[in-house]
Design a protein around this ligand. Structure first.
Ligand SMILES: [Zn+2]
Length: 177
């Protein structure tokens, strides 16, 4: 397959050109059918640095004004868990919900996801919609470093606060695999 006349977004420039694929991978030699993508952009797969794949099907938290901080949002969400719409969403089998999360990311342009919960068996499916980061544990979380899991939210707050005092921004940069 050849994508031609597209604007190809590269790490340091945008150029007009063609892109050939073979067996799902970029290929050097063009072959196969052609799709004209004039007036379209082609981006590399995006990286979603923080998601909970199994919760993508939960309806958005109804709220009019922005929250002052993430702790206010967490407190509001805790009471929202009792809502019938949330209960219905989380009653769907876990494997299905992980797939929904993977598809939602893929349709949004993300091909790699840092999943902010324990890995699920479905993430290893050969046809799972996205790659799930495995090497970084919880280190993708702001300030939590490689600490596996806080036993309570209060504990997480302390960890975050301590960590932010001692870490540089450089430690927050995630390297894709
Ligand atoms: Zn999270």
């Amino acid at each position: 397959m050849i994508l031609e006349n597209a604007r190809l977004v590269e790490h340091d420039r945008v150029r007009r050109g063609s892109l050939a694929f073979e067996s799902g991978l970029v290929a050097a030699a063009p072959s196969g059918f052609t799709i004209d993508l004039r007036d379209h952009f082609v981006f590399p797969g995006l990286i979603n640095a923080h998601d909970h794949l199994q919760l993508n099907s939960v309806p958005p938290l109804p709220h009019d004004a922005p929250f002052a901080n993430s702790y206010e949002w967490i407190d509001a969400f805790e009471s929202y868990r009792a809502d019938a719409r949330v209960a219905a969403a989380v009653a769907v089998p876990s494997a299905t919900r992980h797939w929904q999360g993977g598809l939602k990311n893929l349709f949004s342009g993300a091909t790699t996801v840092a999943h902010h919960d324990p890995l699920h068996d479905t993430h290893g499916d050969v046809d799972f919609p996205v790659d799930v980061v495995r090497e970084f544990g919880w280190s993708h979380s702001l300030g939590l470093g490689s600490v596996p899991k806080a036993s309570s939210r209060a504990n997480a707050r302390d960890l975050l606060s301590d960590s932010l005092k001692s870490r540089s921004l450089a430690s927050l940069v995630m390297t894709p695999r």
